[in-house]
Design a protein around this ligand. Structure first.
Ligand code: DGL
Length: 256
């Protein structure tokens, strides 16, 4: 049986790409909610409604586990999804904890880039878990980056001024880590590596998420031996051109 991956758009393909490397004997179903992308600029209630509808749609087919390959959807809907469905549901591993550890050891700060909605939820989470004891985490919403990504726009001449304008208010020498807290953002790692000072570490939650998926599949004895890395790309508005876009997005990530 396949492993399902879900995101608002092509962002979750950055998580799928890790899974492909990790599981040579698995097959995958990737589903993008193209009817409602982007999620990050909508209300919490709207996003939750879209996520529940999309997951219902995905689970009409057989999947043995589902990865919510979207930080925004995870922060809003993961609890409700887990209480509704019996299959293992894996959300995006928040990477703030390792980032705080790493930055603290360098006596530096953490910059968390994500959607507006994730950052609102993050603020809330920060308050309740108090992981940011020394207040070294600063948020940076990058909603436009989701749109650039959905257009498969990785053009240095357009993107470098965009990042520079977003980063100009921060003294980058004070930062040790930049967290990519949206699955659309790892596409921009090559550009960010060129732009940021070399001491800054770029951290995303993709590897951690796939490791947790792997542990869960082992624990539940759900690992396949006979899959062939087959991928079925699907989207909520059945747009054939978007299926081509998803395949091209995976090629871009494979070139990194
Ligand atoms: N890829 C998503 C995330 O990780 C959401 C982007 C969006 O739809 O705004 O947050």
């Amino acid at each position: 049986m396949r492993i399902g991956f879900f995101d608002s758009g092509i962002g979750g393909i950055s998580v799928l790409n890790e899974a492909i490397k990790h599981f040579p004997n698995e097959d995958f179903l990737y589903y993008a909610d193209t009817r409602n992308v982007p999620y990050g600029t909508k209300t919490k209630e709207e996003v939750n409604k879209h996520v529940q509808t999309a997951v219902e749609d995905i689970l009409k087919q057989e999947v043995k586990a589902l990865v919510i390959a979207c930080n925004t959807a995870t922060s809003i809907s993961i609890n409700e999804l887990r209480s509704t469905y019996d299959i293992p549901i894996i959300g995006m591993e928040p990477a703030e904890k390792p980032a705080i550890k790493l930055s603290s050891s360098m006596d530096k700060r953490v910059l968390v880039c994500a959607t507006d909605l994730t950052l609102k939820e993050l603020k809330y989470r920060k308050l309740i878990t108090r992981i940011d004891k020394d207040s070294i985490v600063d948020p940076l919403p990058l909603p436009e980056l989701v749109e650039f990504c959905e257009e498969l726009n990785f053009n240095w001449d357009e993107l470098s001024p965009y990042f520079s304008s977003k980063l100009e208010e921060f003294d980058l020498n004070q930062y040790g880590t930049v967290v990519l807290g949206c699955t659309h953002f790892p596409y921009y790692k090559p550009i960010l590596k060129k732009l940021l000072p070399p001491h800054i570490h770029l951290i995303d939650g993709n590897k951690g998420t796939i490791e947790r998926l792997s542990n869960l599949l082992k624990e539940k004895d759900l690992l396949s031996q006979n899959g062939i890395n087959g991928i079925s790309f699907q989207c909520s508005n059945q747009d054939k051109n978007y299926i081509i876009k998803m395949k091209n997005a995976l090629k871009v990530l494979k070139m990194h």
